[in-house]
Design a protein around this ligand. Structure first.
Ligand SMILES: N[C@@H](CCC(=O)N[C@@H](CS)C(=O)NCC(=O)O)C(=O)O
Length: 218
């Protein structure tokens, strides 16, 4: 069984766990404390970020998108998960990670020393929110009637954005995105990956993690 070093609240780890759950891929889950990362994780991935997946087939994968693709391409029986053009979706995800995440961090952890107000960074994020809202005008999910890689990859970050100022997000003119987020937060695929686990201790067994999703028909 592959090993996944993960941190419950990390949005990158969330997207990896969602893809694994979606594809019915069980892992040995090792919950990490970011302030006290296990030496065995640092030994295989000195860049020291979660998630990290170690599998027999691929060795070490320490980028969340690579872990999602590993899960989807190796194990996905759902053709829909591979539809919509995986390469195009990856390009969008990389663009989102580059452009949305930095202002999100500056909005969420706004420093009183900053010469720019938090709203400046919020508005930078809002350009993406507008785009996503438009994509959702005609569909339940970003690319159609079924969730795709793109939905799972972006959801944890949109959730983080919304939680910075729930009133602002709730009153913003992104009704489709609000509906999408709300539905995801109640979706079994999301709730199944948010279990709480004690931090893993070196030289012990991690948690045998294998969410059983009622809607998945392997
Ligand atoms: N590009 C990486 C980013 C992963 C990342 O930055 N994870 C954060 C946690 S959300 C982390 O591990 N940061 C290191 C730290 O805080 O020490 C990926 O997609 O997996």
């Amino acid at each position: 069984m592959a090993v996944l070093y993960s941190f419950r609240r990390c949005p990158y780890a969330m997207r990896a766990r969602m893809a694994l759950a979606w594809c019915g891929v069980g892992v040995e889950l090792r919950e990490v404390l970011l302030r006290d990362k296990p030496p065995s994780m640092l030994a295989v991935s000195p860049k020291a970020t979660v998630p990290v997946l170690i599998s027999e087939q691929e060795g070490v994968l320490d980028e969340s998108l690579d872990i999602m693709l590993w899960a989807l391409l190796r194990h996905a029986p759902h053709t829909c998960a591979l539809g919509g053009g995986v390469a195009d979706q990856c390009a969008l995800i990389n663009d989102f990670d580059r452009r949305f995440k930095p202002p999100l961090d500056r909005y969420k952890y706004h420093s009183s020393d900053s010469t720019l107000p938090a709203s400046y960074f919020r508005d930078q994020c809002a350009e993406w929110l507008r785009r996503l809202d438009t994509m959702l005008v005609q569909h339940v999910y970003l690319l159609g009637s079924e969730p795709q890689l793109l939905d799972m990859a972006l959801l944890p970050f949109v959730r983080q954005f919304a939680h910075v100022d729930r009133d602002w997000f709730g009153n913003a003119p992104y009704k489709n995105l609000q509906r999408w987020l709300h539905a995801w937060l109640e979706h079994e695929l999301f709730t199944s990956i948010m279990g709480k686990y004690k931090p893993w201790q070196e030289d012990t067994e991690g948690v045998a993690w294998s969410p059983q999703l009622s809607f998945v028909t392997n």
